[in-house]
Write a protein that binds this ligand. Sequence first.
Ligand SMILES: Cc1cc2nc3c(=O)[nH]c(=O)nc-3n(C[C@H](O)[C@H](O)[C@H](O)COP(=O)(O)O)c2cc1C
Ligand SMILES: C=C(O[C@@H]1CC(C(=O)O)=C[C@@H](OP(=O)(O)O)[C@H]1O)C(=O)O
Length: 387
Amino acid sequence: MSLRHLTAGESHGAALVGILEGMPSGLPLDIATLHAQAKRRKLGFGRGNRQTIETDEVRILSGVRRGVTIGSPIALMIENRDHVRWAEIMRVDAPDDDAPAARAVHVPRPGHADRVGGIKYDRNDLRDILERASARETAMRVALGTIARAFLAEVGVMLTSRVVRIGRAVDESPWHDVPVAEIDASPVRALDPVAAAAMVQEIELARAAGDALGGVFEVVAFGAPVGLGSYAQWDRRLEAEVGRAFLSLNAIKGVEIGLGFGAAARPGSEAHDAYEPDPQTRTRYRTNRAGGIEGGMTTGQPIVVRVGMKPIATLMKPLDSVDLRTGEAVKAHIERADTCAVPAAAVIGESLLALVLADAVLAKFGGDSLGEVQQRVRAWEATARAR
Ligand SMILES: Cc1cc2nc3c(=O)[nH]c(=O)nc-3n(C[C@H](O)[C@H](O)[C@H](O)COP(=O)(O)O)c2cc1C
Ligand SMILES: C=C(O[C@@H]1CC(C(=O)O)=C[C@@H](OP(=O)(O)O)[C@H]1O)C(=O)O
C-alpha cells in the first residue's frame, strides 16, 4: 500500500483524528478545501439533529507547511462540538465513585454493532461499542479523502456522486453534464427533480412511521489513467480495493462496478464493451458496461461504482430486542438518529474512492513530490496512447 490512513475517535468523544501517510510533497492544500467537502457530507434530507450541532471544522496538525504538503505524515483533527454535553459520560479519567455512567445502553439495536460488539469486547455498557461503530468517524475519512482528491485533481482525475434510489423512489436518469453544485443543491443528490421529490416523500413517510430507509448511490471517477491496478495477483486487482473501501463504510451491504449484477442477467454480446479503431489511441470503447475496470485494471473510461446502503439501524418505533441485564424481551434502545443518510453516504463514497485511486496512482507511478508524479503520469499517458 502506497498511501495509508488511520482514524481514531468516538462519536461523542473530544475529537476525531486521522493520519494520512504517503502523500507526496508539493500538493497545495488549504483549510477551505477541507471545509468545502466536510460541508457536503452534512447535506441531505433525512439526517438527524446532530448535523446542526457539528461544524466539522478540520485542523491540520502536521504534514502541511505554508499551504503545501511537505511529504511527512498529515495529521488532522475534528473536534466534536457535541462533546461538551457528553464530557462527563465520555470522560477519559476514572470517576471518583463507581456509579454507572449516565445514558448507559443495555438493549442492543438490531442492525447496529451493539450486540456483537458487547460480546466481543466484553462490555456491559453498549455505549462503549456504539460510540466507535457510529458513522461519525466518516467525517474524518472525508477529510482524509479530500487530500487524496486534491492530489487526484492534479493528475486529471475528478469525482462525483448521485443517489439513484431511496426506499421505493428511483432515479435512473442517465448521467448528463450536471454541475456538482446542482447535485449538491438537490435535497437528496438526485439528478431528476421529480424523482428527488418522490425520495423526499419516502423519507417523510418513513420518519412519520418511526421507520428508516436505505438506498443506492453511484460514485463516478473521471480521468483515471489507463492501467491502474493489475490482474497479476489477487490483491492487486483494483475492483477488489474498490469493493473493500465501500464495504468498509457503515451500513453498506453491496457494491457493483459497471453493470454489476446486471451483467449476470445479460448474454455476453450485451454485457461487454466492444472496441473500435481510433486514430489517436488505436482502440476505443463503444460503451462502458464494465464501469471503467477490466481485468483488475482501469480502462481509461469513467469508473462507475453503485453502492447499496441498508436502512438506518436506530428506529423511533423500535424492533424487538432483549435487556441484557435482565434477559427480558423489550423494545430496542432509542438514540437520536438519522432517518436516511444515503445522500451523505454518496459524498463519503467520493472520498473513499479518492483514497483508493490516489493509492493506485502512487503504486503505479511512485514519486515523492507532486511534480515527479505528474511528470511520470504525463509520460505514461503518451506511452499508453502509442499502444
Ligand atoms: C452517514 C451515515 C449516517 C448514519 N447514521 C446512523 C444513525 O443516525 N443511526 C444509526 O443507527 N445508524 C446510522 N448509520 C448506520 C450505522 O452506522 C451502521 O448501521 C452501524 O455502524 C452497523 O454497521 P453495519 O450496518 O455496516 O453492519 C449511519 C451510516 C452512515 C454511513
Ligand atoms: C454524527 C454523525 O452521524 C451519526 C451516525 C450514527 C451512527 O450510529 O452511525 C448515529 C447518529 O449519532 P448521534 O446519536 O450523535 O446523532 C448520527 O448523527 C455524523 O455523520 O456526523
